[in-house]
Design a protein around this ligand. Structure first.
Ligand code: UN1
Length: 502
């Protein structure tokens, strides 16, 4: 594990020996990675002031030119994909192909945002008054703040940053305290592009590394126009209260508790392959991870057997080894939370398969676990909470309506899936009376979404939509413009207000 080498490749000269900073341990082998300096809450007003001035300059730069900046960032990401992907693996424990996939997701959103920069469309609207027309204008918001989580330490920032920049905003990034190195490296790639770009103010994008106090100070500022936060429901609830209280805008992407239904007509081989990736991939640490499996009673024995067989084949180990499929959890707290959930399920009489800690040779102090399957006759209370670990709760169903009800029974509403070859079932699941989630898939698992669609979900997931489709609108303010090109002054709704006289 060559942290210094990777940082050097990324052109990052980070002081890993900062006094009173953020101490970092590798999830891979528990080794000490160093201490990174942090911002304090008192730094935030300077950061915000600089961001306000940057936004004032940037909003007047034509959107396609703003797109050109993002295009160049995409090129820098292409050049640095291998190194940045490796850094994601080292700092968060993601397997190499997922670390690289994360950077690919950044490249994809840059491409998307470049196209978007020429498509910030508003409607033209017929006016009821003669000699008038109406149109909708989309203007930059000002300062956008991105709060990101450890599990997608760079991609989720880039979804927000790429769109927010083409929409004409400045960006402040408060990354997870568990992944500051990825943030410093990814941000430097953008900062270097900004520095070379004549039209871009130098403080267009800023990084604020710090703890809760730094986040709180940024969130509370009335100069921060949009807070886009990804993380726990608890954090989102707090952020949302503060921002709503000052009538700021929020974009929330919070907890998920995603289920898949396996119907009797499903292609079971395909379903099992999809489930294993969705449930055990990223060591169960995606918002979109498959956490609940709702299986028709006629096939549950067969599915369970195949799943257990597949789980016993999972190669658990250092994420830097080519053949590894499941890397470590992020830290010891996650291992404890996983064990507590398993104990609670066991106490309710459920059958537990796997879930124990795993010792990986050479990485004895890493946080490795065997992904876990928990089978019960009905949906357990613990299954209705999100535990950020590879646990899959399996329950049987007899009628599709009951399966859909189980899918929707949890407080979160991010992603969902159905495995079926029956078109009626697939259509019902994706209809108004089907899944209540922001994402509903057919014959693929709930995780691993492409950037082209709007990403996010309902209920405790927070209601925000990021990434593709028309998510760009969240980064702009809408203005309805009515123009009178006549020499008369007719009033709307036929109102008469003539003072007479001349
Ligand atoms: C997250 O876990 O916060 O759909 C984001 C997926 C990824 C993004 C996940 N494209 O799994």
């Amino acid at each position: 594990m060559d942290l210094t080498g990777v940082l050097a490749q990324l052109g990052c000269d980070i002081d890993l020996d900062a006094p009173d900073g953020l101490d970092l341990d590798s999830p891979i082998d528990g080794s000490y990675l160093g201490c990174v300096s942090m911002n304090s809450a008192s730094d935030t007003s300077e950061i915000i002031d600089a961001s306000v001035s940057a936004s004032k300059a940037w909003r007047s730069v034509p959107a396609p030119i703003r797109g050109e900046l993002v295009r160049q960032f995409g090129l820098a990401l292409r050049d640095n994909k291998e190194a940045l992907g490796t850094l994601v693996s080292i700092e968060t424990g993601k397997i190499k192909s997922e670390g690289l996939g994360e950077v690919q997701e950044m490249i994809d959103i840059c491409d998307f945002a470049v196209g978007q920069s020429r498509q910030l469309y508003g409607l033209t609207i017929a006016s009821e008054r003669p000699g008038h027309h109406m149109r909708e204008m989309w203007h930059p918001l000002g300062v956008s703040l991105v709060i990101s989580a450890f599990n997608f330490p760079v991609a989720v920032w880039s979804w927000n940053a790429a769109l927010s920049l083409v929409c004409g905003n400045s960006v402040i990034w408060k990354p997870s305290e568990k992944a500051p190195l990825c943030a410093i490296a990814a941000h430097k790639l953008l900062a270097d592009v900004i520095e070379q770009f004549d039209e871009a103010p130098s403080e267009l994008s800023q990084l604020a590394i710090g703890g809760r106090d730094v986040g709180e100070a940024l969130v509370a500022s009335p100069d921060v126009d949009l807070v886009s936060a990804t993380g726990s429901t608890r954090m989102g609830r707090e952020v949302s209260k503060v921002v709503s209280d000052r009538f700021g805008k929020v974009l929330l992407e919070l907890g998920g508790n995603n289920a898949a239904i396996i119907a009797p007509s499903a292609d079971i081989e395909l379903a099992v392959r999809a489930i294993v990736f969705a449930a055990a991939g990223t060591a169960g640490q995606r918002c979109t991870t498959l956490r609940r499996l709702i299986v028709h009673e006629s096939i549950i024995g067969q599915v369970s057997e195949k799943l257990r067989a597949a789980y016993s084949q999972l190669r658990i180990g250092s994420p830097l080894e080519e053949q590894t499929l499941v890397g470590p959890l992020i830290d010891g707290d996650s291992v404890v939370a996983m064990q507590q959930a398993i104990d609670e399920a066991r106490a309710s009489g459920a059958q537990v398969f796997g879930g124990e800690s795993v010792e990986v040779a050479g990485c004895e102090k890493g946080y490795y676990v065997q992904p876990c399957i928990i089978e019960s006759d009905s949906q357990l209370d613990v299954a209705c909470r999100e535990t950020f670990a590879p646990i899959t709760y399996v329950v049987p169903y007899s009628e599709l309506a009951e399966a859909i009800e189980l899918n929707n029974e949890v407080p979160q509403g991010l992603s969902s899936a159905i495995f079926t070859t029956d078109v009626r079932e697939a259509e019902l699941f994706t209809s108004a009376v089907g899944s209540d989630c922001g994402i509903a898939n057919v014959n693929i698992g709930p995780s691993g979404a492409e950037i082209g669609g709007a990403f996010g979900g309902e209920k405790e997931t927070g209601g925000g939509r990021e990434s593709g489709s028309d998510s760009w609108r969240a980064y702009m303010r809408r203005q309805t413009v009515t123009v009178n090109y006549s020499s008369e002054l007719p009033l709307a709704q036929g109102v008469n207000f003539d003072v007479g006289g001349s």
